[in-house]
Design a protein around this ligand. Structure first.
Ligand SMILES: Nc1nc2c(ncn2[C@@H]2O[C@H](COP(=O)(O)OP(=O)(O)OP(=O)(O)O)[C@@H](O)[C@H]2O)c(=O)[nH]1
Length: 189
């Protein structure tokens, strides 16, 4: 986040409802927040910015202040979310639901593109982001996909026939059994 513009983006006088909503969603779901350009604001203004951010951010989010985006790699790469490897529906996927922030699916067959898009769009609303690689029927290429705000984007990955497909879903309090059953229903039945 840009500390020097944060209050403008947050203000009903200088920003649209969509921008304020987007800002709020991004902050509330983040596990790491970097407040940059702190050199451009007075300490009083920075305090106001931090108060607003703390109101919206989750208790577990880590907040780092920076200038010119200087943040140590160790802080950036620190593991912050628990990823569960989602196995087939008859295996036990145990971890309390409230701790699950990311789910990884690796046993992915060749799939139908339209079915995949529908499956992503119909996932529970707790899934706020998806990404990964998939392969489609009758197509030799691997595709990377990005899923956010109910929109799906694909990009062909050139020259990679050996990589294995993977789906990563990110959100809050994800329910593994619901996600796994819907996956099996869509792609294995
Ligand atoms: N003073 C100051 N300038 C910064 C800082 N970080 C980036 N800049 C400068 O701000 C200018 C725009 O950089 P950014 O805001 O990072 O660029 P951007 O993300 O493409 O810009 P937006 O689309 O406005 O978010 C560049 O000239 C940067 O050098 C900072 O912490 N302090």
């Amino acid at each position: 986040m840009d500390a020097s513009h944060f209050l403008d983006y947050h203000s009903i006088f200088s920003s649209s409802k969509e921008i304020r909503q987007l800002l709020k969603e991004q902050i509330s779901h983040a596990s790491l927040l970097i407040v940059n350009k702190t050199d451009l604001v007075s300490s009083k203004k920075l305090q106001k910015v931090m108060t607003k951010i703390n109101e919206i951010a989750s208790n577990q989010a880590k907040i780092i202040l920076s200038e010119y985006g200087e943040v140590s790699f160790d802080e950036l790469l620190e593991a912050r979310i628990k990823t569960m490897n989602l196995l087939s529906s008859n295996s036990s996927n145990h971890l309390p639901h409230h701790t699950i922030k990311a789910i990884k699916i690796e046993d992915i067959p060749f799939i139908d593109r339209k079915t995949f898009v529908s499956w992503l769009k119909e996932l529970p609303k707790d899934v706020i982001r998806g990404k990964g690689f998939v392969r489609f029927h009758d197509d030799p290429f691997l595709y990377s996909f990005q899923f956010a705000s109910k929109k799906v984007y694909f990009e062909k990955v050139d020259g990679s026939t050996t990589e294995t497909p993977i789906i990563i879903l990110i959100g809050n309090h994800l329910d593994p059994s619901t996600i796994r059953s819907s996956f099996d229903y869509a792609f294995y039945v």
